[in-house]
Structures are given as C-alpha cells and as structure tokens.
Design a binder for this molecule. Structure first.
Ligand code: ATP
Length: 322
C-alpha cells in the first residue's frame, strides 16, 4: 500500500445540535477534525496507508482524536502526546438565512499541544521509510515559529529524497493576513510537487483564478513541481500542468449538508488517484468525487467514500437498488 505522511494540527470541533448563535447552545457533539486529519481519513478509506504526525494534549480531546484516527485505519505511531499543552478545540456555528458555517478557534492560545510538537523521529522516518508522498496545509506554518521551521524542514527533506510533496495553502485569515500567506507560498514552493488552492484563495493571493496563470506565477517564484490544482466548490476543479489545463465539473449531489471538509477530501482523492497509478484526469475526477461525498454529511470527513464507492462513481456504475 502506498504510504503517505501528512502532518498538521488536529482539532476537536464542537458542533451544536441546532442552528443559531453558538454561545447559548445546550448540546454539542465533539467531532475530530483538522485539514490533514480529514485528508488522512480520506486516504485510508481509499485503501492507502496514511501516517499522521502531530502533537495532541494528554486530555480527553487528544484521546478522542487518537481513537478516531486509529479506528479509521490511520497510522498514529507519529502522534505525540504532550502533558504541557491542550488539544486544540473549535466551535462550529450554523446560522443566518443561508445557514452559513462560522468557526471559532481555540487553537493559538498558549500553551497548545501542537506548540510542543518535536518530530525529530518523523524527519528520520522520511529519510529511512521511503514514504510515497508527503502532504500538508499552510495552517501548520502559521501555528508557531517552531511548527513553521519543522514543517519547512520536513518539506525540504522530502523534496531532497525525491518524495512527491503536496501543499494546500488553506488560508485562514484568523491566523495571518493575506501577505503572510503570500510569503508562505514563496517559502515552500521550491519543495512542492502539487499546489492545491481554492478559487477564492487564488483570487486573494494571485489576483486570478486561472490555473495556468497561477502555475506561471509559481514558476516565476521557484516552483519546479508538476502542477497547480484550483478547487472551485460546486463548479468543480481545474489542473494546470506544464501550461496545459484540465477541468472537471463538480458531481451533482442531492442535498448539500455541510461543505467543510470538501477541499480536504478532494486532496485525498487526487493524491490517491495519482498514487494508484491513475492519470491526472482520473485523479481530478476522484478528487471531485470525494469532495462531493463530503458535502452530503455533517462532520468534516464522515461522508467520505470507500475505494469501492469512489470507483463505482468513477466508472459510472449505478448502485444496486434493494
Ligand atoms: P474548503 O477548504 O472549504 O474545504 P476548498 O476551496 O479547499 O474548500 P472546495 O472547492 O470547496 O474546496 O471543494 C473541493 C471540491 O469538492 C470541489 O472541487 C468539488 O469537486 C467538490 N465540491 C465542493 N462543494 C461541492 C458541492 N456543493 N457539490 C458538489 N461537489 C462539491
């Protein structure tokens, strides 16, 4: 099975049972989330071997994350447990006429467990274990200087070892302003094989949503990877590789329940598509399939498909009605 290293801060999302302003709610359900954890779940369901590297607190939320990850088939041998910091938590709110989702983070308050993350062992594993892929999102670089240095080092080592590296910028303006995210792209681009970016993020950081233009701009800033993927929500996604664009429309879904996690699922589908020797077209299609499954259910990753389901969708096979 192809082995993928992904690193980043997992969180517990407290999701209220009812829509409306979150503070006076009586009942919440805890969901393990976090961009890289979501992608790891997607990869595990698609039959690959994801290894998650991070640090959680020695608290009930940290236990929840570890047991959920393990039960999804994720390798948690690189999940550190810190007694010095807390597991990050966030609260989700669905409110307003459009039932928009807002999130309130309790992640950068000090001391957080991820600030204690010290993955020397992970660096060694990149060198010795021959991972088939390394994936991360920009959030990790914005958590602390320590995380930033460690994350850049992991990318550099992977790149030096010839391991493909994917990077989803995953802009969170609550963590840094646009200029900070622009600088981050420039910092990591030399090590990146595939850049994932949402169309709104592209507009913010590159002043264009055209994949080919973004790829050209990246090439001017030290990119020597394979391509750029622009994700466009319910309009699908576009790849630019070597100046050639490929676009796939989004899959139709009967009802959109919660769009958070679609982008992380897309990444899992895309990576799995390439690692299972698919073409870029197939990877793109698998990405949109996992993204579409994601929006059909609450919780970031709960809706992600298995490999069999994704393959049926890819080949256009109808499920057997009972
Ligand atoms: P986020 O960070 O919020 O997950 P993103 O920009 O990384 O967002 P999106 O573009 O929102 O990612 O979604 C990724 C993919 O999931 C899209 O390219 C699309 O294929 C699929 N997708 C997203 N929303 C829908 C939808 N409403 N219906 C069908 N497919 C969707």
């Amino acid at each position: 099975k192809p082995r993928i290293l992904t690193f980043g801060e997992p969180l517990v999302a407290m999701v209220p049972d009812a829509p409306g302003v979150v503070s006076p709610m009586h009942q919440f359900r805890p969901y393990p989330v976090g961009a890289e954890l979501n992608t790891a779940v997607g990869l595990a369901r698609l039959g690959l071997h994801p290894v998650v590297a991070c640090c959680v607190g020695a608290d009930p939320f940290g236990s929840l994350i570890r047991s959920a990850a393990r039960s999804e088939g994720i390798d948690i041998s690189e999940v550190q447990v810190s007694t010095a910091g807390s597991t990050a938590v966030m609260f989700k709110q669905r409110s307003g006429l459009q039932m928009n989702t807002s999130v309130y983070y309790y992640r950068s308050a000090s001391p957080m467990a991820m600030g204690e993350w010290n993955p020397e062992a992970v660096q060694e594993r990149i060198v010795t274990d021959n991972f088939d892929w390394v994936h991360a999102t920009g959030i990790t670089w914005m958590i602390s200087n320590q995380c930033r240095n460690v994350a850049t080092d992991l990318f550099r080592i992977a790149h030096q070892r010839g391991v493909p590296v994917s990077f989803d910028i995953n802009v969170r303006l609550k963590l840094a302003a646009a200029e900070g995210w622009r600088q981050l792209i420039q910092e990591v681009l030399p090590f990146v094989t595939w850049l994932f970016i949402g169309d709104e993020e592209a507009d913010l950081l590159f002043a264009t949503t055209h994949a080919r233009e973004i790829e050209a701009e990246c090439l001017n800033h030290g990119f020597n990877g394979v391509g750029v993927v622009v994700k466009r929500g319910d309009k699908g996604a576009t790849v630019s590789t070597g100046g050639t664009e490929i676009t796939v429309s989004a899959r139709r879904v009967a009802a959109v329940v919660d769009t958070v996690g679609a982008g992380d699922g897309f990444n899992a589908g895309f990576i799995a598509g390439l690692l299972r020797d698919g073409s870029v077209d197939e990877a793109l299609s698998l990405g949109t399939i996992v993204g579409a499954y994601a929006v059909t259910s609450i919780g970031d990753y709960h809706g992600y498909p298995t490999w069999t389901e994704a393959l049926q969708e890819l080949r256009g096979i109808q499920g057997v009605p009972r």
